[in-house]
Design a protein around this ligand. Structure first.
Ligand code: SF4
Ligand code: SF4
Length: 205
């Protein structure tokens, strides 16, 4: 388990912001809330963590409740290094059960985007590399291409699993379910311009 400092729900005096915006405000801005910052309404009841199948299974180093407490307490580095949002299965159980109607699943997506943009995060996680490869692939052709994506995680398997994956991919290709070459959409430049309005691309092109 992570030995991060213990934040409290009332420890909202965030670390000094670099640009006049505190960490909790930065993250709050990612939640598309119509007003206010939903994270500030969290009562730390723990319903999200108790209902989360991934946290309950012991796979997250910080539970969703704890991540929210860390954000509110301004523990930015601990949040950026957590595996919580990369392990999130997007099941939305936390979101539908939160008594304060906080969209915790959306928070998990927001934290993924945030760490990718800031180029920070745990180095041994597949999620950030997979996400970056996915974005690059989409930008090159406008479509996902599984053979390239597979290289981001395939080598984490043992040899028997890799052989099994290769056999499955070959069978899918023979049946025409997996393309040999990546497809390319029409009007790719228009698509790229649209994407640029949604996410900062940096050097991902
Ligand atoms: S269920 Fe909602 S209010 Fe309770 S700890 Fe989680 S985010 Fe906070
Ligand atoms: S959406 Fe993610 S954080 Fe929420 S309960 Fe499901 S796995 Fe856990």
């Amino acid at each position: 388990m992570n030995a991060a400092p213990t934040p409290t729900a009332t420890a909202t005096a965030a670390a000094p912001p670099d640009s006049g915006v505190s960490f909790v405000e930065e993250i709050g801005h990612l939640l598309y809330a119509s007003k206010g910052n939903p994270l500030n309404t969290c009562i730390q009841c723990g319903t999200c963590s108790a209902t989360c199948p991934v946290a309950s299974g012991g796979f997250m180093d910080n539970s969703p409740r704890r991540v929210i407490a860390l954000i509110r307490a301004g523990f930015k580095e601990q949040v950026l290094k957590a595996n919580t949002y990369w392990y999130c299965a997007s099941c939305y159980q936390c979101t539908v059960r939160c008594p304060r109607n906080i969209d915790i699943a959306e928070l998990m997506y927001g934290l993924k985007r945030y760490t990718v943009w800031k180029a920070k995060g745990q180095e041994d996680l597949i999620g950030p590399t997979f996400t970056e490869t996915f974005v690059k692939t989409i930008l090159r052709s406008g479509r996902s291409y599984e053979p390239v994506l597979a290289t981001t995680y395939l080598f984490t398997y043992g040899l028997p699993e890799m052989i099994q994956e290769a056999q499955t991919a070959t069978a899918l290709m023979i049946k025409g379910r997996l393309p040999l070459l990546p497809a390319r959409i029409k009007r790719l430049d228009n698509f790229k311009r649209m994407i640029q309005h949604i996410i900062p691309l940096g050097d991902k092109e």
